[in-house]
Each structure stands twice: as C-alpha cells, then as structure tokens.
Design a binder for this molecule. Structure first.
Ligand code: BGC
Length: 465
C-alpha cells in the first residue's frame, strides 16, 4: 500500500488555507463543466427514441449515434492535455464551453443524420476536455481542508446534469421535434459556463508555473480572502523547483510510475466495473428483470438518477472526514455485493414481478455505492496525485484511459450479455470489482488533509520499480 505520512509531519511551511465565500463561487462556476458532462451523456437515452424514428436507424446506427460522444471524448481528453499547460485551466474551461455551445447548436439544427453524429462528436470533445480540466482547476484553487468536498461538487453537478437530462427528455416527449430541444438546451449551461468563467481568476498554481508570480499572489489573495498567502505560494514554488520538465516523455520517469499506474488503473476500473451499463442501459436492464411497463421503467431510471445525486452529496460530506481510501473501499465492496446479487437474480429460472422490484433495489444499491466513492474519488485523486509541472498531461492520460474504457464497455455490453448470458455478464463485472478492491487496497494512497504539494512530495518516495 502506498502509505502517506500524516500531514503535520510533512508540511514544508505549515501553510494554512483560509476558506472564503469566493472560492465556493469559483468552484461552483467551474462545476458547470461537470453539469454539461452529465447532461450531454444522459440526454441521448431519451432523445435516441425519437431520432431513430425520424432517421429510420437500425440497431448498429443507433449504437453509433449513442456512442458518438464517447468517440469525441477520447481525443478531447488528449487535446486537453496538449493545450492545458499552454493556455491555462480557466481558458481551457472556456474553450470547452464554446465547444459545448457549438455542438448543441449543430445537433439541434441539423438537417441530416451525418451532421447530427458530427455534432455529437463535437460535444464529446467538449466533454473530454471539461471532464478533467474542471476538477483540476477546482482542486488547484481549493483550500486543502475542503478540497475533497469541492471536487465532489463537480461530480454532484454531473449527477444533477444526468437527472436534468432525464427530466428534459420526459418534458419534450410530446413536443414535435422534441429531440432537437433535448440536445439544444445544453446551450444554456454552456453560456453560463463560458460567461461565468470570464470573471473567474486563473489557477494560481498555473500562474506560478508560467512565471507570473505577481498575478498568482493577487489571485490567490482574492481566492483565499486574505493577504496572508506567502506560505502557500512558497510551497508551490518549492514543488516546481524540485519537479522536472513537463514533456510527455517525463511521464515515464520512475518517480511518476506509481501515480500513473494509480490514475490509469482507477480510470479503467471506474468503467470496467460497469457503471455506464446502468447509466446508459438502465431501462434495458429493468426489462431483463421482467418489468415491461414503460412507466415503471422510466420511474425506475429516474429513481436511479435521484439516488446517484443523493449519495454523491453524502460522499461529499464524508470525503474530507473519513478520507479517500475508506470511501473507495466501502464503495467498491457495495458495488461487488450488488453485482453478485444481480447475477444471482438473473440466474433464477422464474422472474416474477417482485423479482423485478428486487432488481430495481439492487441497481439502487449499486449506484449508491458508486456515487459515494468510485465515481467522484477517481476524478478527485487524479487531480491530487500528480506534480504541478506534469499534472495536466498526466490527468489527460488517465482521462483518455477512462473514456477509452467507457467506449469499450458501452459497445461490448450487449454482446457480452449475448455471449455470456445475463448472469455471466454481471459475474464478470463483479469479478472486475473484486480486482479493483485489491488494486485500491494495495496501491491507492490517502490524500486527505494534505496540500497538493505534500501529496506529491510523499508519493515520490514510493516508486514502483
Ligand atoms: C463517470 C461517468 C459516469 C458518471 C455517473 C462519472 O464519475 O466518469 O462515466 O457516467 O460518473 O454518475
């Protein structure tokens, strides 16, 4: 296990961070990036029902239309890594907002399917960028004592985005060409994000990296609500002085091996344990369990969305108290139990309607367990464990792995169900969840209560050889 010593032993300067009201506003605006990530991934589940009728899509084309955002998110995450250091976190979030806006307009106004798919790929590029730049920006402006909670805010916005998407889908069911509204309404949060970020400061950590120390001091004082920021600035300078250069090749240096394995490993496990089979295919899974009423299926799906929001809030409250590791391990254990129960339920020969209800409850246990830990903690940890000089690139690699794994799970889910059977498919996800418990137990560090600089200093001493 990569143990990190207690914060008081290792603070180079004993920097104290004040909590100002302004920092909460800054993080809330940046979290609209998370809201768009959630909205734009969730909205297609309802919109596709109408798009398939309008453009007469067979099942392959439906799958392609649904996966188009994932296809865009992989290069989007890479682009974020390439441009993130040069242009800064704030400008990258604004770029993502513009891309979200353009994508929303293209998909809402498209005259044909080709342009619709193209528009969804554009939206995917925005998601790929925002998915990691928003948490990175939040983590770099947050005071250490509530950094976990503030980064959870991004995931909370994400889950609210998914729920909002379900709601908008429902509201526009009866409206002619309603799918255009469903996709196009993303322009509202995109504008809020773009305009809101105009007024937000740059990340002081990025400013120091760019040798703009004077501006960093001004912005950090504003964010902290105090002029007393010397100690924090000194920690940032010191961590940059002891860091290396920031080329892609640097990622392969021994000191970065463990953080990179943790980031990529958690990225893959976050997806391979099956969350998006539920988020994207909940109505299908509910149908497997014998529920054939559309109303109950929609209600079940909405219930799952609500549970996702509620348990993210509970996680946000716990993360800076209990710590990242206990949350992750509890989360993964709950998910493993739920997946095992799901597999057993599908093994029973006779599916009755009460079993259908049991499946809904098991899915809720599964999503609640994900929401309290694995969902947000992955994005939080990758914003904490990399040194500043290489953070943007390293986070981008972990994010590419996350979207790549997401794409693979999304396009293989239905064929896995076909070849292994329903119980077999869920036993497979359960086995992968057990593997991620071991991965977390042995490799994932505790980062609660430390400054970003302390986390990296202490991780350096735990190379993987
Ligand atoms: C994951 C997404 C998932 C979402 C569900 C995020 O942390 O990265 O793939 O759809 O959580 O809430």
């Amino acid at each position: 296990m990569a143990k990190i010593s207690s914060p008081s032993q290792s603070s180079p300067s004993g920097a104290k961070h004040h909590i100002s009201g302004f920092v909460i506003v800054v993080c809330a605006i940046a979290a609209i990036g998370g809201l768009l990530f959630g909205y734009d991934t969730g909205v297609i589940s309802g919109a596709i029902l109408f798009i398939k009728q309008q453009f007469v899509l067979d099942s392959t084309m439906q799958e392609f239309t649904v996966s188009a955002v994932l296809i865009g998110a992989v290069p989007g995450a890479a682009l974020g890594g390439i441009l993130g250091d040069r242009f800064g976190r704030r400008n990258m979030i604004m770029l993502a907002a513009i891309i979200f806006g353009v994508g929303a307009l293209v998909t809402a106004l498209t005259p044909n399917l080709d342009l619709l798919i193209f528009g969804r790929i554009i939206v995917g590029v925005g998601i790929g960028i925002a998915s990691f730049i928003s948490p990175m920006y939040i983590s770099e402006v947050a005071p250490k004592s509530i950094r976990g909670t503030l980064v959870f805010l991004n995931q909370l916005a994400l889950t609210i985005g998914i729920l909002l998407a379900y709601l908008v889908d429902y509201l526009f069911i009866k409206v002619p060409d309603g799918w255009r509204w469903m996709l196009g309404l993303a322009i509202v949060p995109a504008l809020a994000l773009g305009i809101g970020m105009l007024k937000m400061p740059n990340s002081p950590r990025w400013l120091v990296m760019k040798n703009r120390g004077g501006q960093a001091r001004t912005d950090l004082s504003k964010i902290r609500g105090t002029q007393n920021v010397d100690a924090e600035l000194q920690d940032i300078h010191q961590s940059l002085a002891t860091g290396g250069s920031s080329s892609w090749a640097d990622l392969l240096k021994p000191a970065l091996r463990l953080p990179l394995v943790i980031g990529i490993g958690l990225a893959i496990f976050q997806q391979a344990t099956g969350i998006n089979t539920v988020i994207y295919y909940a109505p299908t899974i509910l149908k497997f369990s014998g529920i054939d009423s559309n109303a109950i299926s929609i209600l079940g799906t909405t219930g799952i969305g609500v549970i996702n929001v509620i348990f993210t809030i509970i996680g946000a409250w716990l993360v800076d108290r209990a710590g990242r590791r206990p949350l992750l391990l509890t989360s993964l254990s709950g998910m493993a139990i739920a997946l095992g129960l799901l597999a057993i339920a599908f093994q029973l020969p006779q599916l009755t309607s009460s079993l259908g209800l049991a499946v809904v409850l098991i899915l809720m246990l599964y999503v609640a367990s994900f929401a309290i830990g694995l969902g947000p903690v992955f994005w939080l940890l990758i914003s904490e464990i990399y040194p500043l000089h290489i953070r943007s690139k390293a986070m981008s690699v972990a994010t590419v792995a996350n979207w790549g794994a997401n794409l693979i799970v999304a396009v293989t889910f239905l064929s896995i169900v076909k070849s292994l059977g329903r119980p077999g498919a869920f036993w497979l996800y359960a086995a992968l969840t057990v593997a991620s418990v071991l991965f977390t137990y042995f490799l994932v560090p505790e980062t609660k209560g430390r400054t970003l600089e302390q986390v990296q200093e202490e991780l350096k001493n735990h190379h993987l050889h």
